[in-house]
Ligand binder design. Sequence first.
Ligand code: TXE
Length: 488
Amino acid sequence: MPTLVVYQNYVHGQYMPNGTGETFEVINPATGQVSYLVERADEAVQQAAINSAKSGFATWSKMTAIERSRILLKAASLLREHNDELAAGEVLDTGKPWQEASVVDVVTGADSIEFFAGLAPSIEGNQQQVGDDFYYTRREPLGICAGIGAWNYPLQIACWKAAPALACGNVMIFKPSEETPSGAMRLAEIFTLAGVPNGVFNVVQGDGRVGAWLTGHEDIAKISFTGEVTTGQKVMAAAAGSLKEVTMELGGKSPLIIFNDADIENAVSAAMLGNFYTQGEVCTNGTRVFVQKDIYPRFIKRLVERTEQNIICGDPMNTDTNFGALISKSHQQKVLDYIEIGKAQGATLLTGGKALQPENSPHGFFVAPTIFTGCTDQMTIAKEEIFGPVMSVLTFSDEEEVIRRANDSRLGLAAAVFTQDITRAHRVIHQLQAGICWINAFGASPAEMPVGGYKMSGIGRENGSETLKAYTQIKAVYVGMMPLESPF
Ligand code: TXE
């Protein structure tokens, strides 16, 4: 049995051993084997991370925005330079196909760092005359921010949280998901290499207990969280103790609406992207596919054909694979349980519906791309986020009906509409309760575009120039130019 590599926490520009020696295993979802061990951030590491962040803040916040920008741009270019090895690390941790990781995960992280590095020097206050006096405002950094990541896009999530925080002169203590620890470590190494001062980006490893330590710590000014709604509620409750600002990127059960005049191939592409890309483990997925009655037969025919012919499930490092393993055995079982519920509640299983054991990866946690039709809005599979390759297809008659049904959810992350009627597209999208919307498109999320949910799907935004403001606080300074009047 080869000895397993043991990774440590990354504090003050280097790896730091914990005091207890406690480690946890990281499993390769495509083989079921242990890839490596990671030391959990115990109290010694936690305290060191806080002290280190304070000293990092003293240096980083005093630098000019141009200096911070220059270093962050260097980090972005290093990410791109190391794209392939970083992508391979994401495949090992997540089980997602190389086909995806090599063109999405690293570049979208680098894009966000580049975008906010470019905005950093634009941060400014304002000044207004008030008679002879005047006031001015300063946009000041918040201090220590905490980032807590989910396991589906580990490196991208770490970049999307670090980028605006660091661009504004804050520092970050980041905790990746215990399922996928390596991306954040690679990012920390790259930040150090790019010239980010020690303590500006520390990485602490562990499960929800380490996350809970971060959310309750009084020296942390803001939490940026990505994960399930239920966890987001715990994070927000813990943040209340010290009135931290929170950004919440949570779950979704998003509608994908296909009208009779939609381009069939495009609509099928969207339904497959919105349910099978990253084997369905994408928060913005369009998992409720509403199809207007007349187009339904042709749509379903093409959907099943392309699902059964074009999806290649297997070893995610094989360049032909476009459909990988789910993150863990327990998550695979959770998805299979939802499939059984769908069948029990009367939905029609058109294709998939079972675990897969690809020849080139027989021990991985795979579930076949699954399509249910004959779904009703009340079915569990049409109401709850499954976070796996399970599509629920529903039919509708008219626009008013589908808008009402699409909005009938406590979640509101994303929405998509497919139609050639441009006024209908905008009319419908404007009425859907969702923060991330696509018209005749699906999934695109450039760094320039702010993303985040309505209702229980989240608070705040990531990416987009709006997000910069969330990482500064405004100080107003009033300047008296005349002797101070006083009745006393
Ligand atoms: O979430 P979990 P997962 C959502 C996606 C799905 C979920 C999957 O929709 O619902 O994320 O990711 C830490 N205090 N999004 O299973 O279990 C935990 O250690 C503090 C939405 O990872 O909630 C992990 O690091 N932290 C997103 C993180 O929380 C705690 C895009 C998330 O874990 C904690 C991607 C606690 N009490 C996925 N308990 C979007 N909207 O953009 C656990 N954690």
